[in-house]
Design a protein around this ligand. Sequence first.
Ligand code: SF4
Length: 399
Amino acid sequence: MENEVKKNNGADQEDKENHEKEKINGKTHVQGQVREYKPLLEKERVEYAREIFRSKGYAEKWKKLSPLFLKAKQEKDLNIKEIQEEIIKLKKEKEALILAHNYMLPEIQEIADFVGDSLELAIKAAESSHQLIVFCGVHFMAEGVKVVSPEKTVLLPRLEAGCFMADMINISALRKFKEKYPGRPVVCYINTDAEVKAESDICCTSANAVSIVKSVNSPEVLFIPDRNLGLYVQRFTNQRIIPWDGWCNVHHRFKPEDIIRLREKHPDVIVVVHPECSPEVIDLADEVFSTGGMVKFAKESPHKKIAFATEEGLVERIRRENPDKQILSVGSPKTCVNMKSIRIQDVLESLKELKYKIEVPEEIIEKARIPLIRMLEISRGKEFTRKIFERHQLPNIKT
Ligand code: SF4
């Protein structure tokens, strides 16, 4: 890997300009050429992914989580204010930092110290002096916080809050994938368990996936686990992306018809979609942004009517933050049942009983930090990365 990642602190200026041009000219164009992409994978790999998905008990998990989600809705008449006040009091007493992902219920976002995406939250946790972190998000994200700040106590209010996409790959599946394509570096989307990161070469987020893949000095890269994000990146690079066949249970549900119908009703709407959406949906969008990019775009865009294809919690946040604009959802609102399984009373219980503590084996932490450090060095610079990791008095790792 030493020679595979260009040590250039990010995509060069020309790449950035091309990326901007490509974004403006349309998502199916690469340097003025319409690019062909083949989303279909070999049957064998599709079957394999499904097998893992099944073995993780998807159906069981879904059955278990759905009633919880419904329950959360029925509990709306609980005295949320009282619970929030109790949390704020306890948070001070225990000197805890509460971090909430953008997809959390609004009442949780309201009491959080920071709301953001998984990487932003992991960085906030690392930068803060708090030793106790209550992480309101899903399991792989809480693990990510522990990997970056191993000396801190990281609590996840509901242990079942997993991620369907992260569950679509595990360490043995990744090893087989690597055996099938030997010598290709693995670019690992941040939505993965720590042990999968530990087996990868470099991490990426939906915001930096294009520049991270371009920084990898290899004509072919394995991209895990989100197929749609991998195919999106493929539009901007001549490297061959070999994607794993995973998907997000929220973003993959948006359909091209949702956008067609929306435009019929609102011809003046600007449609913004997440790169975890399918290629067909991306083709019909005006803009493609990560969650952080969506928040920024909504604030800065002069357009008054914007529709988003992303998790409804984020759409609600954007709506709250932009009262002067008409913020719409593309199609019916889509929610992540895992994220929404965390309720405000779970956060209170978590603080009271200090549960559930996230533990990651030391050797996994050491290995999983390497692809994260490589990503941060490219996307945020070496100085920033050094500061983040030095705070935690961890040994220097040769990347
Ligand atoms: S929104 Fe998608 S990627 Fe995010 S936690 Fe839910 S299933 Fe996973």
